[in-house]
Unconditional design. Sequence first.
Length: 340
Amino acid sequence: MNSIKVKEATDKDRDTWNKFVYNHEDSTYSHVFEWRDIIGRTYGLKSKYLIFYIGQEIVGVFPLIYVPSIIGKGVWISVPFTNYGGLLYKHGLNRNDFVKLTWNVLEQGNKAIVRELQSKDKKNDSIVTSRLLLTNEDEIWKGFKAKVRNQVRKAIKSELRISYNYDNLELFYKYVYVKSMHRLGTPHHSKYFLSELMKLFPTEKGLITVLHNDQVIGGMLYVVVNNIFYDLVANSLYEFNYLSPNNLLYWEAIKKSMDLKCLAFDFGRSTINTGVFRFKQQWGPEVYPIYTTCMRKDGDIMLNNNIYENSLYKISSKLWQKTPSIITNSVGSFIRKYLP
């Protein structure tokens, strides 16, 4: 059998890369080639999208983007600003062979952080995703607890409206997303990042917004890859929680995913036993661990599930919440590029 060779992907490899991703059972939206362009254009980050071959056959892909640090050394991430990533390779081959070849190509940095979605039977203590397997609207609706159905009905009775108008992105970004991220203690992405994401991502994507008296009070950006509907960004204004806009938003998104013939609705990453996790669980999804692995150039591999649970991150988040919005609004998107 021929040995595995590696090369850095170029624009000419875009279609063959994505074909491999779309045909791999372990792939996610984070593996799609266009993330290289989205992140490169908006934040100017360097990437190494590696393709592995045996002869003329592609047997693996590994998307990596170098994220600098404000203090200290930067790190390769697969893939920053998304929930997932990691090495995809043909089953039956040795993972270590791909990792060794990777370090032969990376000319700076001595470690890589990889986020990989694992099967639900594997143990994980902290970070998970939640996925609702889809059937039909009637069956899914009946499967919800009475509280969820009542909250959706409450939102409808409150005359909240749903819109699929992409022109609402500006309003959602300025009046909902930035404000919500500040409240949650996380610097926001630039509007350019979100608009380039919607412009460049090659598969089905869109924006769903919730309106109250013609005011945008909530919204969700989504993409669809391999028949899975991914919730990328979802926020609503805290002061309208009494009207249950999030419940209406998610129910409409779930219905949209079924209209698109998706097999599953992916709620995205959350930490077990937090409010966000409990909100997602009320819809009845399965829970799958996300393993964050640190791979070092010297060969050491360390599993680190608590990358967002360390004390420095928690303190920084609390400080960000207390910082006046006039400051966070101006510097949030600048800082965000350093928080993968």
